[in-house]
Write a protein that binds this ligand. Structure first.
Ligand code: PHB
Length: 356
C-alpha cells in the first residue's frame, strides 16, 4: 500500500513523495508582476515537497486580480521565474506553474481602468478586492464575445511557452475558484447562448481548448488541471456541482493529463457534497486532493486508494520542511493569516524549519 512517502509517477515526472505544495497567492511580486529572489527563497525552502505548484500567475498582461501577484507574459517575467526554478532545482525539487486568468475577479483599479471580462456580465457580489486605493467592490464585467475566445486560448498558450522558457517542470491550468475558466464552467456565472454556454460540453469548451493549446506546448503529461466545483469563493455556484465534477472527470480521461487537482469543498461551507468518490471512480489518471487534509487523513486517503497525492496549502506555507515534520511526527507551525498578503519576508520566508 502506498503512503505519503511513496514515490509516484505524475505524467512525465517521477516525484519522491505525495506531499505536494498547493498554489498559494502571496503577492510578493511587486507592481511589475515579476518573480524575484525573495520568492525563489520561499519556494526553495519548500523543495522537499513531492511537487510544488507555484501560485496563480497572470497568463495575459492587464488581467490582475490580486495586487502584486506574479505574471508570465513577458521576457522579464521569464527571467524572474528562472530565479525560482533554478533555486528549486538546485535543492532537488520539482515545480509546476499555475497559469491563470482572473476574469471578473480582475479590477479596473488594478488594470489601468480596464473593465474585466467574463462569461456573462455578472459581478462578484458581497466581496471586495485590495487595490492601491483601498478595498473596493468588484465591478460588472463585460461578457466576452465568442470571437474573442481564441485570443484567450492563445494567451494561455503563450504563457505556457514562457513557463517552459522559465524552466518549470510543467504547468497547472487554473480551472478553479471562480476565475475565468471556472466562470465559463459553472452555470451560476455562465448565462451564454451559443457554443460556449448552456450544456456542460459548451461550458467546458473554453477549458478544453485551453488544455489542448497548453498540451501542444508541453505535452499533456506535463499539464495538470485544478478544479473546485463546490467552492463558493468569488461568489460561485453551480446547480449540480457533483454532476459537473463527475462529468468533467470522465471527459478529462481523453486528455491524458499529468494530474487532476481537486479541491474537495467550499471555503465557506455553503455548498456541500462528496465530489471525491465519484471523481475517483470516473477518472483514470493521477488524482490530487486538497483542502484541509490533516497528514493522518491524507495518509489514509492514499493508502486506501482514494487519492494519489495531497496538496497542502497553509500547512506548507507555515512549515517549509513539511515532509520531514510529518515523517518525524513533529508539531506543525501555525500559519499567520495577517501576513499572507503583506510585502516582504515576514510570514513568507521566516517560518522556521525543525532544528537539525
Ligand atoms: C486567495 O488568495 O485567496 C486565492 C487565490 C487564488 C485562488 C484561491 C484563493 O485560486
Amino acid at each position: 500500500m502506498p503512503n505519503l512517502f511513496s514515490s509516484l509517477q505524475v505524467g512525465a515526472i517521477q516525484v519522491p513523495n505525495r506531499i505536494f505544495m498547493a498554489p498559494l497567492t502571496r503577492t510578493r511580486a511587486g507592481e511589475a508582476h515579476l518573480a524575484n529572489a525573495l520568492m525563489a527563497e520561499h519556494y526553495a525552502q519548500r523543495a522537499s515537497g513531492g511537487l510544488l505548484i507555484a501560485e496563480a500567475t497572470m497568463a495575459v498582461e492587464g488581467h490582475s486580480a490580486f495586487w502584486k501577484e506574479p505574471g508570465i507574459f513577458s521576457a522579464a517575467c521569464v527571467e524572474g521565474w528562472k530565479l525560482v526554478t533554478d533555486a528549486v532545482h538546485a535543492k532537488g525539487g520539482r515545480i509546476f506553474l499555475q497559469i491563470w486568468h482572473g476574469g471578473r475577479a480582475c479590477h479596473p483599479a488594478l488594470n489601468g481602468g480596464a473593465v474585466p471580462v467574463s462569461a456573462s456580465a455578472i459581478a462578484i457580489a458581497n466581496d471586495e478586492v485590495h487595490t492601491p486605493q483601498g478595498k473596493l467592490p468588484y465591478t460588472v464585467p463585460r461578457a466576452l464575445r465568442d470571437d474573442e475566445l481564441p485570443g484567450i486560448v492563445a494567451g494561455f498558450r503563450q504563457a505556457a511557452v514562457y513557463a517552459k522558457d522559465a524552466g518549470f517542470d510543467g504547468v497547472e491550468v487554473h480551472g478553479a475558484n471562480g476565475y475565468l475558466l471556472d466562470q465559463f464552467l459553472r452555470d451560476g456565472t455562465n448565462k451564454r447562448d451559443g457554443q460556449y454556454g448552456g450544456s456542460r460540453e459548451n461550458r467546458a469548451r473554453l477549458l478544453f481548448d485551453v488544455i489542448r493549446a497548453v498540451s501542444d506546448v508541453w505535452g499533456s503529461d506535463r499539464v495538470g488541471l485544478r478544479l473546485s466545483p463546490l467552492n463558493s469563493y468569488n461568489d460561485m455556484r453551480d446547480s449540480d456541482p457533483v454532476g459537473l465534477a463527475t462529468w468533467l472527470a470522465e471527459r478529462l480521461n481523453d486528455f491524458n493529463l499529468a494530474y487532476l487537482h481537486l479541491m474537495r469543498g467550499d471555503f465557506f461551507q455553503q455548498q456541500t457534497g462528496d465530489l471525491m468518490t465519484p471523481v475517483r471512480a470516473a477518472y483514470k489518471g493521477v488524482l490530487i486532493g486538497n483542502m484541509g487534509y490533516s497528514p493522518a487523513e491524507a495518509d489514509e486517503a492514499i493508502s486506501s486508494g482514494k487519492l494519489d497525492a495531497v496538496a497542502f496549502g497553509t500547512a506548507f506555507l507555515a512549515n517549509p520542511d513539511l515532509p520531514a515534520r510529518i515523517q518525524a511526527n513533529a508539531p506543525l507551525n501555525a500559519p499567520n493569516p495577517a501576513t499572507f498578503y503583506t510585502p516582504g519576508p515576514e510570514g513568507y520566508t521566516d517560518y522556521p524549519a525543525l532544528a537539525a
